[in-house]
Design a binder for this molecule. Structure first.
Ligand code: LM2
Ligand code: CA
Length: 477
């Protein structure tokens, strides 16, 4: 449950937030597989409430466990899982089972089911009032009973200690496992008792060997527990059960690259910053909540809207050996409720791909930014190596090697970086994968000559588009 079950040589998943299953299948084949991505977190797959103006958050209000949403139906989902696994890209489902939908008149779901959340009646599961905790409101995060037994923003709170409820959840999740998924993001895990989660996780099927998983493989579990400190519920209550989202990583990396902390302090990035141990920490620069001011992290969080600093933060996350990273891939938004781009106000529109790999049609596709996908490639190449030869200028310029496989430098100062540094790489000419990339025997960006002593002259001017420079053994010309 701690192993992401990635295909060998791959290290990093991407959240294709609100993408349609058919589009994800094609993206696995055309881009994610070839660029070395390890997996995709998909938006919730089960039937959700249809809310006015179709906000993104309607998908966090389940109506049933039928596999029909705006992303597609069951057959399209199954086809996507098959096609992605065939090209070495795993699928992780965002599963919502703390709660069902909140009260709303004439509640209707994306598969056409009706429900009456006010009376806790969800006939398409079916659930009735006895399957839920008594209604109360969460308003005190210092009271663990309240956080786990009351309603989060009015969402009807399931009682996972009931065998009927557990069986319905397990029917749903084991069905996904049989369809070939590699694991789950457990939504709102903080709001569910760890002992109930344990019972549920222990009854998961093994992964489906017909999708390339070794016999006896267990589903990867990463649990959404927001813990920035100071509350009754601790992230450490969940680390025996699976991996846990590290929101402190998101807040801290944003603060650093926004200039709120000097880059030189990154030398001990990890538990010294209050983070979970590396093998328990699921890390990200931003997620679908905190990129729009929901969830935790506040104004420290960096998003695509601060592109230069955002790319630097992602590059650092991917270059440094800490945690299990996830890249965010967003749609553009200017209001926090706004849903994904649609063709007609209802049906989700497909992304449009430009010649330079970028997206349009309302999709941001951070995962297709050269600086980000090339750093995913960097992480794959340097996996299982250590940080060596840390260098800093005493403020916001840093550099380090990953043994003799890769070298990276950052400049977040308001003056140029231009100095001779130890790259730890064999002598030769290397192509910087941030300003460009290797294309045949040439480099579309900066190239640098590494001498027989491993040193090279590294330059990152303050006004360049990117504040990062990265080379590795695969970018040798
Ligand atoms: C999560 N993790 O624990 C998700 O990551 C997060 O996106 C979900 O909240 C939340 N938990 C519940 O699954 C989102 C969104 C909320 C939204 C809920 C439910 O951040 O704003 O609440 O989904 O759709 C919305 C309205 C809220 C209203 C509620 C119930 O924003 O004002 O509360 O629906 O109608 C009365
Ligand atoms: Ca609960």
């Amino acid at each position: 449950q701690f192993n992401p079950n990635y295909a060998s040589g791959r290290t990093t998943m991407v959240h294709l937030f609100e993408w349609k299953w058919n589009d994800i299948a094609a993206e696995c084949e055309n881009f994610l597989g070839p660029k070395g991505y390890a997996g995709v977190q998909v938006s919730p797959v089960n039937e959700n409430i249809v809310a006015n103006n179709r906000p993104w958050w309607e998908r966090y209000q389940p109506i049933s466990y039928l596999l029909t949403t705006r992303s597609g139906n069951e057959q399209q989902f199954a086809n996507m899982v098959r096609r992605c696994n065939d090209v070495g890209v795993r699928i992780y489902v965002d599963v919502v089972f703390n709660h069902m939908a909140a009260d709303r008149a004439n509640a209707r779901g994306t598969a056409g089911s009706t429900a009456n959340p006010g009376s806790k009646s969800f006939p398409a599961v079916p659930y009735s009032s006895t399957d839920f905790h008594t209604t109360c409101t969460i308003n005190n995060y210092n009271d663990a009973n309240q956080v786990r037994n009351c309603e989060l923003v009015g969402l009807k709170d399931l009682d996972q200690s009931k065998s009927w409820v557990r069986d319905r959840i397990l029917d749903f999740l084991n069905k996904l496992i049989n369809l070939g998924v590699a694991g789950f993001r457990v939504d709102a895990a903080k709001h569910v008792w760890p002992s109930d989660l344990k019972t549920i996780y222990n009854r998961f099927n093994n992964l489906n060997t017909q999708h390339g998983f070794a016999a006896g493989s267990r589903p990867f579990i990463y649990q959404e527990v927001v813990d920035l400190g100071g509350e009754a519920i601790s992230k450490y209550e969940y680390t025996d059960l699976g991996v846990v989202t590290e929101f402190l990583h998101s807040a801290s990396i944003g603060k650093v690259f926004r200039g709120g902390d000097q880059l030189r302090w990154l030398t001990n990035w990890g538990t010294a910053w209050g983070f979970l141990p590396s093998t328990s920490a699921f890390v990200f620069v931003d997620n679908h909540d905190n990129q729009r001011g929901h969830g935790a992290g506040g104004s420290d969080v960096l998003t695509y809207k601060n592109a230069k600093q955002y790319k630097m933060a992602n590059a650092f996350m991917l270059a440094y050996p800490f945690g299990i990273p996830r890249v965010m891939s967003s749609f553009a938004f200017d209001n926090t409720d706004q849903g994904p781009p649609t063709s007609d106000g209802n049906n989700i529109a497909s992304p449009i791909f430009n010649a330079d790999n970028s997206c349009s049609g309302g999709w941001v596709c951070e995962h297709r930014w050269r600086q980000i996908y090339n750093m995913v490639g960097f992480r794959n190449i340097v996996s299982n190596t250590n940080v060596q030869n840390w260098w800093d200028n005493g403020s916001n310029q840093i550099a380090f090697c990953r043994d003799n496989k890769g070298f990276v430098a950052f400049n977040n100062d308001n003056y140029d970086l231009n100095t001779s540094l130890q790259t730890c790489l064999p002598a030769g000419t290397y192509c910087d994968i941030i300003s460009g990339e290797k294309s045949g025997s040439t480099c579309t960006g900066k190239s640098v000559v590494v001498g027989s002593d491993g040193r090279a002259n590294i330059s990152i001017r303050q006004n360049e588009n990117d504040g990062v420079f990265a080379i590795h053994v695969g970018s040798k010309l």
